[in-house]
Design a binder for this molecule. Structure first.
Ligand code: PGA
Length: 254
């Protein structure tokens, strides 16, 4: 069985004191949930808080596409490893659209993360326009194939994929559970063509306006193994509620 994963993406929000409080509240709230893996991804300057809270793993929101050198402002995968990160989000739609990250750049970041033993969380998703034009599978297939071309199919065994429809991110309008399930199902089938074993074991998250209230139905879907949470991850009560929903779904064996 795949262990559920709930990951909070704090994006570029908050200040250090608030981050400490949020972390402590989340740690207290999830301490009894052992079926679910709980991860937070704070901004780079707060990653040093990672050693402080037991039971919560840390991830970064981005990583450089190169190993090291003259790349002003970039942070390498090795540096993230040094400060105790376990995960790194790769190819979030905000990175793709606001910072121009192409599929090729995303694939190089994925490979850098894995070379240092970090677990990449590869974000994929279609825009509203692409969905309207029935291009969802083509777009997401392309996003995944670009990574496979660089890192190889076997690399997906040590990775997580987060399906985040761009139109659902920060919109307050999550995908309907059946739509949220359809794409992870497609992704698993796509990966199964490369390796059935990798496909069966790979965790696929849903992200986009997940809240404590809609989490139970989303996490009950057979191909959704947890969530990548934005806005609701900044509120301890909401985030803990989402983690609880994942734990309950895991106990029900879905
Ligand atoms: P949201 O963001 O939960 O605020 O929609 C999700 C994300 O960007 O990962």
């Amino acid at each position: 069985m795949r262990r559920p994963l709930v990951m909070g993406n704090w994006k570029m929000n908050g200040r250090l004191e608030g981050a400490k409080v949020l972390l402590a509240e989340v740690a207290a709230g999830v301490s009894g949930l052992n079926a679910t893996e709980v991860v937070v991804c704070p901004p780079f300057p707060f990653l040093h808080l990672g050693g402080v809270q037991g039971g919560i793993a840390f991830g970064a929101q981005n990583v450089a596409a190169e190993a090291e050198g003259a790349y002003t402002g970039e942070v390498s995968a090795a540096m993230l490893k040094d400060v105790g990160c376990k995960y790194v989000i790769i190819g979030h739609s905000e990175r793709r659209t606001l910072f121009g990250e192409s599929n090729a750049v995303v694939a190089r970041k994925f490979a850098q993360a894995q070379a240092q033993g970090l677990i990449p969380v590869l974000c994929v998703g279609e825009t509203a326009e692409e969905r309207d034009r029935a291009l969802t599978e083509e777009v997401i297939g392309g996003q995944i194939q670009a990574v496979v071309a660089v890192a190889g199919a076997a690399a997906l065994a040590d990775a997580v994929i987060a399906y985040e429809p761009v139109w659902a991110i920060g919109s307050g309008r999550a995908a309907a559970p059946a739509d949220a399930q359809a794409v992870p199902h497609f992704i698993r089938a796509l990966v199964a063509r490369l390796s059935a074993e990798v496909a069966a074991g790979m965790r696929i998250l849903y992200g986009g306006s997940v809240k404590a209230q809609n989490a139970p139905e989303l996490f009950a879907q057979p191909d959704i193994d947890g969530g990548l949470i934005g806005g609701a991850a900044l509120n301890a009560q909401e985030f803990v509620g989402i983690c609880r929903a994942a734990d309950t779904a895991a106990r029900k064996g879905s």
